[in-house]
Design a protein around this ligand. Structure first.
Ligand code: PRP
Ligand code: URA
Length: 355
């Protein structure tokens, strides 16, 4: 097993003793410094060891500073690293058994060398238990993003436009423009993984190899009425997309969706479908629309919703195993009439001026 080790000036004295001790114990040791007790910044050394572990150049990392805490914070900034500052044998065991930690951070000032050697031994010999812990460490590796199928578009202009959109005094014309503009931001994120191919481009000066989208066929499918407000924005991004329509309204008493119209492109089953609706409230309308698309043979469905309620997200994710959702905001909850709070009111009425 290859061990990457480093310290700062406060951990230097122990590091120079731990490194040869690890070698005697039969480990291959990669010493990332420093080479003297001169004052250094711990983030620089945390980064060296963490990067080596994340890149697979070392199997585990050991970092020593005054407390172990700065090294822990630094190492955990590197994706793929699970680092913990540990002072007791029990914690050293659990950081491996439950957290599958790959970097151990030690205190060179407050913990004796013999204790730290024991912590290293436990850290290097204890296996990960897996099982229920594996799902949790996977969430850590995704940056604690609980649901990877939901993406919130975070951009200052999105936040700014959304605040104006929500305002109760925003007039119909501006509301409509903002819906169209926010649809563009959602479309930008939802198409980020479209594959590219090389294309020869003749500039006025020379010929170069550029990129173009590799024949991705797209259908934009608004849920009527309010989804219509998002179509023009998406057509700016995807001018040759086909447009299907699914007409639905929510029963005001039961909040159940009712379908009244459905017209999809004949080859919709060969297209990536961007299903669009500004509001995802209970999720009933979106879940039903996704079911239509699945029945029509669509395999890649991406729901673009400007404002989503947690209840709606949960419903849609539970009702379909592969749909991906792009949204500008996840609001607090629904009220007793299944309207989103804080929300923006009735999107269809505000787009078409039928309040
Ligand atoms: C709104 C909205 C969604 C639906 C969301 O449409 O545009 O389609 O409600 O609610 P849900 O997630 O609880 O199903 P509405 O029924 O008001 O029709 P409209 O677009 O014609 O105004
Ligand atoms: N439909 C809307 O237009 N707004 C909501 O808040 C909920 C459903």
């Amino acid at each position: 097993m290859k061990i990457a080790i480093a310290s700062d000036h406060a951990g230097f004295e122990q590091k120079v003793q731990l490194a040869p001790w690890l070698a005697e114990e039969g480990y291959e040791v990669l010493d990332f410094g420093p080479s003297s007790e001169d004052r250094v910044d711990y983030p620089d050394f945390a980064y060296k060891v963490a990067s080596a572990v994340a890149a697979g150049e070392a199997d585990r990392g050991i970092l020593v500073c005054g407390t172990g805490l700065g090294m822990e914070m630094g190492a955990n900034k590197v994706p793929g690293i699970r680092a913990a500052a540990v002072q007791t044998p029990e914690f050293a065991e659990l950081m491996r058994a439950h957290n599958d930690a790959n970097v151990l951070c030690l205190s060179g000032r407050f913990v004796a060398l013999e204790v730290n050697e024991e912590l290293c031994r436990i850290f290097l010999e204890t296996p990960f238990e897996g099982g229920r812990h594996a799902g949790r460490t996977a969430k850590l590796d995704r940056g604690c993003m609980v649901e990877p199928r939901v993406q919130v578009v975070r951009h200052p202009l999105v936040a700014h436009k959304l605040s104006i959109l929500r305002g109760k005094d925003t007039p119909t014309k501006l509301f409509r423009e903002l819906i169209r503009e926010l649809a563009l931001f959602l479309g930008y994120e939802a198409t980020r993984d479209f594959p590219l191919e090389d294309v020869e481009v003749h500039t006025p000066l020379e010929t170069m190899t550029g990129k173009r989208v590799a024949g991705k066929k797209v259908a934009i499918v608004p849920i009527l009425r309010a989804g219509l407000g998002m179509v023009d924005g998406l057509l700016v991004l995807l001018p040759s997309a086909k447009v299907g329509h699914i007409g639905m309204y929510r029963d005001e008493e039961t909040h159940e969706p009712h379908e009244y119209y459905c017209k999809l492109p004949p080859d919709v089953d060969q297209r990536t479908c961007l299903l669009v609706d500004p509001m995802l409230a209970t999720g009933g309308s979106a879940a039903m629309a996704i079911e239509f698309l699945r029945k029509a043979g669509v395999s890649d469905v991406r729901l673009l919703s400007i404002v989503s309620a947690p209840e709606g997200l949960e419903e849609v994710l539970a009702s379909d195993p592969t749909v991906r959702i792009f949204t500008c905001a996840i609001d607090r909850c629904l009220n007793e009439n299944a309207y989103i709070l804080p929300g923006l009111g009735d999107a269809g009425d505000r787009i078409f001026g039928t309040l």
